[in-house]
Design a protein around this ligand. Structure first.
Ligand code: FMN
Ligand code: SF4
Length: 351
């Protein structure tokens, strides 16, 4: 596990190993404010030994929430609770970024915004996004920028813009969703690049600003092209996942050894000069090490593996069983974590 446990730096943020806990909303905040449960969860995650935690999708305004229980960063009074998370994680020698999010048409808003009037079929039925005016665009961009200013003030080591999984930035980037004929449609990356430009005006140059980007938005060629544009525009890292789930055009050889998202990260790493994170289905320390070696990505995200076993990184370091996600059709961590079969088995075997 030579590479997995080697140090890595992004700008001047030193990360003790290559294991990152990716953002995972598990739903515990109250009215957008951090609760004692949120705090305990991050303490537990940091104690488990990863080099970096990316805090769950944290919303820039109430209208953009994906759930009632999501943590928010839309007002200054929220900074105190966020600071408590940062301090608790730092006490364990772990670094923490925060994922900055707006759901657009895929959120809980009754009248959700979207770059175009896109029809979205979600769990709660079908909604049609309200096409954003230029004023809407400007106002939401300001909310992103203000959210990042608050993140910096709360002491986070960096931010990750949520730019994938079908949320607002992903809705702009995906041409199957964004049908605008103005400059935000002809240059779909303009929405996020203007946010990045605004962020750089309110935070010091050394502050780390990255993005979670869809590798297939909708195709791998688009994913690679956006990654190159963002690299040239001064983004500090790329965390590569899936794009808009209903609108991807995935074309990956069936024989590829790892997940399609890892494939996209490998391809993108070949084309950019900045750190790239890979995610999805990395379910043992051996596979994590192999992916770092074979694909040349810099950091691996261990998501559900760490939900099952928050001590995943410590156990991997000691050569112990880290547990296994069973890839259930519906992950129980969206509401019923106590019946996660992977966790039940792991806890039973490790009493
Ligand atoms: C309960 C749960 C919540 C998640 N919340 C987020 C989130 O807030 N932001 C995000 O970008 N991805 C989110 N994800 C996706 C994970 O970050 C990760 O990309 C995904 O679980 C695949 O990695 P894995 O196979 O290691 O679990 C979530 C996943 C789960 C299971
Ligand atoms: S509920 Fe299933 S898919 Fe989700 S973490 Fe547990 S074992 Fe994995």
């Amino acid at each position: 596990m030579k590479k997995l446990f080697s140090e890595f730096s992004i700008k001047n943020i030193e990360i003790k190993n290559r294991i990152c806990v990716p953002p995972m909303v598990v739903g515990l905040a109250k009215d957008g404010y951090v609760t004692a449960e949120n705090l305990d969860r991050y303490k537990e995650l940091a104690k488990g030994g990863p080099g970096l935690i990316i805090q769950e999708a944290t919303c820039i305004n109430k209208d953009g929430r994906l759930s009632e229980k999501q943590i928010g960063i839309w007002e200054d009074n929220q900074i105190e609770g966020l600071k408590n998370i940062v301090n608790a994680v730092h006490e364990e020698g772990c670094k923490i970024f925060i994922q900055i999010h707006h759901a657009g048409v895929t959120g809980i808003s009754k009248s959700p915004l979207c770059p175009s009037p896109y029809e979205y079929k979600g769990f709660a039925g079908t909604v049609i996004g309200r096409e954003m005016t230029k004023e809407d665009i400007e106002s939401i961009q300001k909310d992103y920028i203000e959210a990042v200013r608050r993140s910096y003030e709360a002491g986070y080591d960096g931010v990750e813009l949520h730019g994938c999984h079908g949320y607002l930035i992903s809705q702009f980037l995906n041409k199957n969703v964004n049908k605008r004929t103005d400059e935000y449609g002809t240059n779909p990356e303009r929405f996020v690049l203007e946010i990045l430009e605004g962020i750089r005006k309110v935070t010091p140059e050394e502050f780390v600003v990255g993005i979670r980007l869809g590798g297939f938005e909708p195709s791998i060629e688009d994913g690679v092209s956006y990654a190159k544009i963002l690299d040239k525009s001064g983004i500090d890292f790329l965390d590569i996942s899936y794009g808009f789930f209903n609108e991807q055009e995935i074309n990956v050889n069936k024989d590829y050894k790892y997940s399609n998202a890892v494939y996209a990260a490998e391809k993108i790493k070949q084309e950019v000069s900045i750190p790239v994170f890979a995610v999805n289905g990395i379910n043992s320390a051996e596979i994590a090490e192999e992916i770092l070696d074979e694909t040349n990505v810099d950091i691996v995200d261990i998501g559900k593996g760490i939900l099952i076993n928050p001590n995943w990184a410590n156990h991997a370091m000691d050569g112990k069983d880290t547990g296994k996600c069973l890839n259930c059709a519906k992950c129980m961590w969206f509401g019923q974590s106590e019946v996660c079969p992977g966790k039940v088995i792991f806890d039973k075997n490790n009493k």
